[in-house]
Design a protein around this ligand. Structure first.
Ligand SMILES: Nc1nc2c(ncn2[C@@H]2O[C@H](COP(=O)(O)OP(=O)(O)OP(=O)(O)O)[C@@H](O)[C@H]2O)c(=O)[nH]1
Ligand SMILES: *[C@@H]1O[C@H](CO)[C@@H](O)[C@H](O)[C@H]1NC(C)=O
Ligand SMILES: *[C@@H]1O[C@H](CO)[C@@H](O)[C@H](O)[C@H]1NC(C)=O
Length: 402
């Protein structure tokens, strides 16, 4: 998973460079909407993501599809709605109720809906007259074996015949969803290229793509990227829980000045990326060096660490820091699940006066974006933990475009 993510990141950056240099413009082949019928004739785009991918990468995949629809709307193609894939059986989640969870449990779907029309799957059910939902087409996306054929990364797709992996019958745990036809497609390139696939069956009303992480952003970090990102506000209960915590511990609820925050991503990172992960002592030394200069003594820590977290807290105490962390009550765990608890951690990190994150963690990236939106100076945001020894690449700065 980690190598794939790295490759995805490189390709995204590469494509952006290409797009800037060569001013690549992708022609959308699907017909533009010209008649009134477009407005009555709603169509629904479904997508799903590679099962092991985490919550925060999935948020980025949502943005790719949302921007794809928003860009199409600007060209007059207004009949498509994005169906929000329920959160179900996430690899990292330990406490969940096991049921498919709608997006409104975590996000403000009203503000999302102002960016593009979004529909929760369960709401689509409630308007459907039948007991079953039959999709017209599922495109099962698959990477090319070699992304750089003859040394070039070229955008392309190709329908491939039946092969073993190419079937799709998992619909977030629902057994009353089925599909008329599954089409297997090797794909590489920007997400707007999916319109070419949709155009193959212009009458389709319910179209789905699996492996939504394969198509890339058309313009990562552009104004439309940030407009979409801003629309992904968290749900009010989670914001209130985070703000209550901040108010109790730091007497502030907006841009705070009296605590630093650290996202200490461990678990799979300390195994798979041990070369990039500092030791416990290494972590404390780095934070101490930064916070001394800022004269901060309060440190809030968000982490997925297990028992080693206690050792980290002990070390910090030796340096006379006051360590804070959010511990949900049993009721809060039941209400918010792991997903909501993690978001509360993210909100608290987002409002700190100084933030240090984990290299290449999408959980950290989402905090950095939130801080950009809140208007913190970038030098308080794009800071990373370095490994104890060896080189420490500077974090990429994706600054907000308003
Ligand atoms: N509460 C809490 N949970 C965390 C924290 N860091 C990671 N997690 C949990 O671990 C999951 C994995 O992190 P994600 O960032 O979502 O996973 P990902 O999208 O694969 O991204 P990476 O961080 O790049 O692996 C999160 O969704 C949380 O459930 C944290 O600081 N606090
Ligand atoms: C599918 O099943 C779920 C419960 O398992 C139900 O809530 C939903 O309404 C059903 N869908 C349709 C289209 O009837
Ligand atoms: C960030 O930059 C500003 C302006 O250069 C400077 O005044 C401030 O001290 C810097 N903050 C940190 C945390 O380095």
């Amino acid at each position: 998973m980690s190598n794939k993510r790295r490759m995805w990141l490189y390709i995204t950056i590469l494509l952006n460079v290409l797009a800037i240099n060569a001013n690549i413009n992708i022609e959308i082949e699907a017909g533009q909407c010209t008649s009134d019928q477009c407005y009555d004739d709603k169509k629904f785009l479904f997508y799903d993501v590679n099962p092991p991918e985490g919550f925060n990468l999935r948020r980025d995949v949502y943005m790719r599809f949302a921007i794809m629809l928003s860009d199409a709307r600007k060209r007059g193609k207004t009949n498509w709605n994005l169906v929000l894939p329920p959160w179900h059986r996430l690899y990292h989640w330990r406490s969940t109720n096991g049921k498919p969870t709608p997006w409104r449990a975590f996000f403000n779907t009203d503000t999302m809906n102002k960016y593009i029309p979004v529909t929760e799957l369960e709401d689509l059910f409630s308007v459907s007259k039948n007991k079953k939902l039959k999709l017209d087409r599922v495109f099962v996306l698959k990477n090319y074996e070699n992304a750089f054929e003859n040394g070039d990364f070229r955008e392309k797709w190709e329908i491939v015949g039946d092969y073993e992996e190419c079937h799709h019958d998992y619909f977030w745990g629902y057994t009353n969803i089925s599909v008329t036809e599954v089409i297997c497609v090797k794909f590489q390139g920007k997400i707007s290229k999916l319109w070419e696939l949709i155009a193959l069956h212009p009458k389709d009303k319910y179209v789905m793509f699996t492996h939504g992480e394969i198509p890339l952003h058309d313009n990562y970090g552009s104004k439309s990227y940030w407009d979409c990102r801003k629309s992904m506000k968290f749900n009010t209960e989670l914001i209130n829980a985070a703000k209550n915590y901040m108010n109790e511990n730091f007497k502030c609820t907006e841009k705070c000045s009296n605590y630093a925050a650290l996202h200490w991503r461990r678990q799979d990172f300390s195994h798979n990326r041990y070369k990039e992960s500092p030791s416990i002592i290494g972590t404390v030394n780095q934070i101490d060096k930064a916070l001394k200069k800022l004269n901060l003594k309060n440190i809030f820590i968000a982490t997925d660490a297990d028992s080693e977290f206690n050792s980290l807290i002990d070390e910090f105490s030796k340096f006379k820091y006051k360590v804070f962390y959010y511990t949900p009550t049993v009721e809060e765990i039941a209400e918010f699940q792991d997903g909501g608890v993690a978001i509360i951690d993210q909100i608290i990190c987002s409002h700190s006066s100084y933030f240090v994150g984990t290299h290449e963690s999408t959980f950290t990236f989402r905090i950095q974006e939130e801080r950009e939106i809140l208007g913190f100076p970038s030098n308080t945001t794009f800071n990373r933990l370095c490994p104890d020894v060896g080189i420490c690449e500077k974090p990429s700065k994706w600054t907000v475009v308003n």
